[in-house]
Design a protein around this ligand. Sequence first.
Ligand SMILES: O=C(O)C(=O)C[C@H](O)[C@H](O)COP(=O)(O)O
Length: 214
Amino acid sequence: MNETLSRLVDSGVVAVLRGVEADQLIEITEALREGGVTAVEITADTPDVTEKLGAVAGSFDNEVVVGTGTVLDSETARATLMAGAEFVVSPSLHEDVIETCNRYGAVSAPGVMTPTEAVRGYEAGADFVKVFPAKTVGPAHLGAMKGPLGQIPMMPTGGVGPDNAAEYIDAGAFAVGAGGALVDYDAAERGDYEAITETAREFTRVVEEARADD
Ligand SMILES: O=C(O)C(=O)C[C@H](O)[C@H](O)COP(=O)(O)O
């Protein structure tokens, strides 16, 4: 297995960070890492995303794998890969983004909702697919897609939290992506990074237990 992909598997939970200021980004990533979340996706619509990606990737080096989220075009994929991103995730399917990632040896994951999109993304060379938005279809949808498409690694994102992550793992997800249910920005604002660590710890525990039950 590709090393970056295996690091996402190890983390089990991929944090989605959107619009976070540079100094908070480092503190939040550290809080997540302490709680066992060692994969972080900084979304491309974050101001100064390339500088921020470079700073986080440089600060955590081998401890946290850093990627770009919400990537809609190959220009953004390339720019953020050059800045230090190791994986690229999209809410939608863009074959040119997948192609760019493969050109530079990076992991890519298109957002998909249907079996046809999942297969199209995998055929285009994606390493895994992000089932998005997961909350409108739930774990049963992911499980039903995994039936005939067991070879395609799937990660649900959108409305996934510690309360429902186990259902997605049971349905066949190799990891889960999470923003709102993982990172409490109000807590970060108050400087309460311990709260973020606690949620990360609970989240990764739930995923590990669900995997162990398999
Ligand atoms: O655009 C992307 O690449 C995304 O990952 C979309 C969303 O930001 C995530 O789905 C997070 O959603 P919540 O966990 O519900 O907060």
